[in-house]
Design a protein around this ligand. Structure first.
Ligand SMILES: Cc1ncc(COP(=O)(O)O)c(C=O)c1O
Length: 240
């Protein structure tokens, strides 16, 4: 029996991928064990994470001045990790066109009670049940702000942004969880792109962060696990 799963995630995986995983489940790459039993310090896993990065770079045409991180904690952890690393002492704008954008903003507001930064609601279509992408005046954006956060596809309402807005020169940070690899965005137009893998890429458990190198935090943040520079320096293997 075949089940056609149209839910937003976990997504369907290609049969050939599942068959390959099945065939290799007792002995991955002549290691004598399954991929699930490999050490993250092993040469086999090193090859896996490097190949995943290189394929993603190829598929998204990611420029060399961007780091690719494979992190834990879901896209939801990024709602706090982004302001923690990028926004210290600055303004951070939120464009809210759906439930996930609202969650990102709500988490930022929560964090701003303990970390010094200023989350600002740039525009919201909540009053109309998120039935459209709200517009805003880009000249109202402080050019010194840390970022403008957008959600390229609000999974629940389906409000999607294909053409990126003018943000007055401020880097765009985008939650692309439900349309990463389905829409060909130009990575160089973003400061940071993030996505939980389980909707468009693979099984749950990994979150992709693509960050322009000059946005990596100068100062250590609250926790090493939540620190982009430390994670980038350790090829995402901290705490793995
Ligand atoms: C657009 C968007 N952002 C964030 C999330 C949360 O992702 P996670 O479950 O990986 O924390 C989801 C999950 O549905 C989503 O669709």
């Amino acid at each position: 029996m075949t089940i056609y799963n149209f839910s937003a995630g976990p997504a369907v995986l290609p049969q050939e991928v599942l068959k390959k995983a099945q065939a290799e489940s007792l002995n991955y790459a002549q290691s004598g064990m399954s991929v699930m039993e490999l050490s993250h310090r092993s040469k086999e896993f090193d090859a896996i994470i490097k190949a995943a990065e290189s394929l993603l770079r190829e598929l998204m045409d990611i420029p060399d001045n961007y780091k690719v991180l494979f992190l834990q904690g879901g896209a939801s952890t990024q709602f706090s990790m982004i302001p923690l690393n990028l926004a210290k002492g600055k303004k951070a704008y939120y464009h809210v066109a759906g439930s996930w954008g609202k969650k990102a903003y709500t988490e930022a507001v929560k964090l701003s009670q303990t970390i010094d930064f200023d989350p600002i609601l740039l525009a919201s279509s909540e009053a109309e049940n998120f039935d459209h992408i709200p517009s805003f005046d880009s000249s109202a954006i402080d050019p010194e702000a840390a970022y403008v956060h957008i959600t390229t596809n609000n999974t629940i309402e389906g409000t999607a942004i294909y053409d990126l807005p003018d943000t007055n020169g401020v880097p765009i940070v985008a939650d692309t969880s439900s349309n990463i690899l389905a829409v060909a965005y130009n990575v160089a137009d973003f400061g940071l792109i993030y996505a939980g893998a389980q909707k468009n890429i693979g099984p749950a458990g990994v979150t992709i962060v693509i960050i322009r190198e000059d946005l990596l935090n100068d100062e250590p943040v609250l926790s090493s696990m939540l620190d982009y520079r430390i994670q980038a320096g350790m090829f995402s293997l901290l705490g793995a």
